[in-house]
Design a protein around this ligand. Structure first.
Ligand code: HEM
Ligand SMILES: [Cu+2]
Length: 559
């Protein structure tokens, strides 16, 4: 049993000695895997982009839907997860005085589980037995190994959540009455959200396994889709919350400022945790069988998340302006010149943040029934999530890597790599503007998502999409250059950059801040509220889907 004094001593020692070696190894491994997956996923994305522009014919042993399934699984599930835990555990170790030995064991076990899961998922995709996309909607039916792999992957994620809970709970026990430090507070929120979001998808997968094994003949499609989106929608917001943590905690430090209100930051986290899961039906607005009032409630809850997001936008610009003015910035907007635009760690975070404005606006459009009927299942949607995930999230992760990787590797960010990073950030941004812009536009003209190259027998409408598909291919080509530069920078900072100390940049709370109320620490209460909100949104429709169930569907292999 550790005493408080012991804990404080350990915290000081970690601060003095820099990063804890055993913990750094965990983060390094997670981040390394994450960026290797980005590299492979990037090439798969390029292959799709070129194929849809009619510029690339895929080989007979690898069809479009295999590539698409793999790209989605790699980017949305794997790249993000491995990065997030590498990042969160580095921060938990740094702030809370090193990871507990049992937490380290849990995180390594989680790693093994995730790798086994990923391999089990990829094998059937490569065998052309699981082209069901990352959403694996029934009645599309994959090889059982695919679903079993997903179980292993989910267990790995759960173990990571549990490890974080143990670490934070231990700190709280030894620091009674104190607030969990801000980075770890973010980590707590992210892990709580993920822990609960995984429950519906785990139920879904366990339900699909007997069906895919042939033990059960039919499946309830609506129940599965609903369980999937309770998770899928939340997952996206988990990555968003991870990016947000860097905006609130890291960005102010990089510009030499202080954090925005500690209390309101914690309120934003609590709000995002409580309200998130309940927006799932905005992915099913076009689905039949859901009553209008239920859809309206989910739409309302989706828009409700806009509230903490707007608070975030306000907070960030307030911090930037305040800091810049302190440093002599003048004028209504002239202060922006004081921002460190040449520092990749800031630039990438800034663009990540700025891109959330159009990304969020697109999201609001999609959450509106009438507008969604225009863009549903078109390339618009693909454009949308390459802005949210591909820029807001990915660019935040890239920006973080420029200090996190040197930090855990005992190395420094050199001016050369910084410059490379700035170039990378701009290439990525321009590439995504091209690709995502073209996708949004061609989606409005009706070009479907998840469809390999076809001109529909040279139909005039389909031929009209060509110029946009070309712009998409140009964007995709720029992006792959961006991916290569980014992975090169990570490998360089991990293994080759000069040795030295790099700081974990956590900004201080603002001066003369009023003390943060202790109710923000009452996670038990927030979880209960969250579960009530989730119950409000899901109990009635799911009961309805089960009680008034249609006959159920056999599995289909459409590829
Ligand atoms: C080199 C960079 C990238 C390129 C060229 C690229 C290209 C594409 C294309 C062309 C599609 C869709 C096609 C279709 O619907 O037929 C797609 C889908 C997708 N991309 Fe990317 N992408 C890139 C990076 C990313 C990143 C960084 C993420 C997320 C972190 C991401 C996540 C996704 C997801 C989730 C899908 C949906 C798959 C599905 O519909 O099942 N992509 N990408
Ligand atoms: Cu959503």
């Amino acid at each position: 049993m550790e005493t408080a004094i012991n804990q404080t001593y350990k915290t000081k020692a970690t601060k003095l000695l820099g990063v804890n070696k055993a913990d750094a190894k965990i983060s390094k491994t997670y981040l390394f895997v994450s960026f290797v997956i980005l590299l492979v996923g990037g090439f798969l994305g390029l292959a799709q982009g070129l194929n849809r522009a009619g510029l690339l014919e895929l080989p007979s042993w690898l069809n479009y839907y295999q590539v698409l399934t793999m790209h989605g699984v790699f980017m949305l599930l794997a790249f993000t997860t491995f990065f997030t835990f590498g990042y969160l555990y580095a921060g938990l170790s740094h702030e809370l005085g090193g990871l507990l030995p049992k937490v380290r064991k849990i995180v390594w076990t989680a790693f093994a589980s995730k790798i086994i899961g990923a391999v089990l998922v990829v094998i059937p995709i490569l065998m052309n037995e699981a082209s069901v996309m990352y959403t694996f909607y029934p009645p599309l039916k994959a090889h059982p190994m695919f679903y079993i792999g997903l179980v292993f992957f989910a267990v790995g994620m759960w173990l990571c959540n549990v490890g974080a809970f143990i670490q934070v709970a231990n700190w709280r026990k030894n620091n009674k009455g104190k607030h969990v430090p801000i980075f770890s507070y973010f980590a707590t929120g992210i892990n709580v959200l993920m822990f609960f979001a995984l429950i519906p998808v785990a139920i879904e997968v366990l339900y699909l396994i007997p069906w895919s094994l042939g033990w059960v003949k039919t499946v309830n499609v609506m129940v599965s889709r609903t369980l999937f989106w309770a998770f899928g929608h939340t997952l996206v917001n988990i990555w968003y919350l991870t990016a947000t943590s860097a905006w609130y905690v890291i960005a102010p430090k990089l510009i030499g400022g202080r954090r925005w209100s500690d209390t309101l930051t914690r309120v934003v986290i609590i709000a995002l945790v409580i309200m998130n899961i309940t927006g799932g039906f905005h992915h099913q607005i076009i689905d039949p069988g859901i009553s209008l009032p239920v859809k309206m409630m989910h739409v309302f809850m989706s828009l409700a998340i806009g509230f903490p997001s707007l608070m975030t936008a306000w907070a960030m610009f307030a911090v930037f302006e305040k800091t810049a003015r302190k440093q002599g910035g003048k004028g209504l907007i002239g202060w922006y010149k004081k921002m460190p635009w040449g520092d990749v760690r800031f630039l990438a975070l800034f663009i990540s943040m700025a891109s959330f404005a159009p990304a969020g606006a697109g999201g609001i459009a999609q959450t509106t029934n009438q507008l969604d009927t225009v863009v549903h299942n078109t390339m618009w949607i693909v454009g949308h999530f390459h802005l949210t995930l591909g820029v807001t999230v990915a660019l935040a992760f890239f920006g973080i890597s420029y200090w996190l990787v040197p930090y855990i590797s005992g190395r420094v960010l050199t001016p050369q790599i910084n410059k490379l990073g700035v170039i990378q950030t701009w290439i990525w941004t321009i590439g995504m503007i091209f690709m995502s812009g073209a996708m949004h536009t061609v989606g409005l003209f009706g070009s479907p998502r998840r469809t390999s190259f076809t001109t529909y027998g040279d139909h005039a409408t389909a031929l009209g999409w060509s110029p946009y598909m070309m712009a998409m291919a140009v964007g995709g080509t720029l992006l792959i250059i961006g991916v290569i530069l980014q992975v090169y920078a990570v490998i360089n900072m991990m293994f080759f950059a000069p040795k030295g100390e790099t700081e974990f940049p956590i900004a201080e709370a603002e001066e003369n801040a009023s003390p943060t109320p202790y109710w923000t620490e009452r996670w038990g209460l927030w979880i209960v509220v969250m579960l009530l909100v989730v119950a409000m949104a899901y109990v009635v429709p799911i009961t309805e889907f089960i009680v008034n169930a249609p006959p159920g569907s056999p599995g289909f292999k459409t590829w």
